[in-house]
Design a binder for this molecule. Structure first.
Ligand SMILES: Cc1cc2nc3c(=O)[nH]c(=O)nc-3n(C[C@H](O)[C@H](O)[C@H](O)COP(=O)(O)OP(=O)(O)OC[C@H]3O[C@@H](n4cnc5c(N)ncnc54)[C@H](O)[C@@H]3O)c2cc1C
Length: 83
C-alpha cells in the first residue's frame, strides 16, 4: 500500500503550529501539508484555569483537531491541512 508523500510536515499542534496549518489552508498553499500531534485534541492552555474551575467546557478549551482540519489517521493524530 502506498502512503501519501507530504511536501510540508508540521510537527505538533501547539498554538503556532495549528495556526500555521490553518493559515496555509486558508491561503490555499499549493504544497501538500500534514500536521502530526501525539494527541487528538488541541489544548488552549490559557483557559485551563477556567476549565478546571468548571467555567468552560471541554469543547471550548480542548477541542478535537477535527473541528478545524481533516484528520486522516487518529492513532498518531495526522491531519491533512489543505485537501
Ligand atoms: C495554565 C497555563 C496558562 C497559560 N496562559 C498563557 C497566557 O495567558 N498567555 C500566553 O501567551 N501564554 C500562556 N501560557 C503559555 C502558552 O500556553 C505556551 O507558551 C504555549 O502553549 C507554548 O506553545 P507550544 O506550541 O510551544 O507548546 P504546546 O502548546 O504545549 O504544544 C505542544 C504540542 O506538541 C504536542 N506533542 C508533544 N510531544 C509530542 C510528540 N512526541 N509527538 C507529537 N506531538 C507532540 C502536544 O500534544 C501539543 O499539542 C499558559 C500556559 C499554561 C500551562
Amino acid at each position: 500500500m502506498n502512503s501519501p508523500v507530504y511536501q510540508t510536515v508540521i510537527v505538533s499542534g501547539g498554538f503556532a503550529e495549528l495556526f500555521t496549518a490553518l493559515h496555509l489552508a486558508h491561503e490555499h498553499y499549493s504544497r501538500s501539508v500534514i500536521l502530526i500531534d501525539k494527541d487528538q485534541r488541541f489544548c488552549f492552555k490559557p483557559l485551563l484555569y477556567e476549565y478546571f474551575d468548571g467555567e468552560m467546557y471541554t469543547s471550548q478549551v480542548v477541542p478535537h483537531f477535527w473541528n478545524y482540519l481533516k484528520v486522516v489517521e487518529s492513532s498518531l493524530c495526522k491531519i491533512e491541512c489543505n485537501r
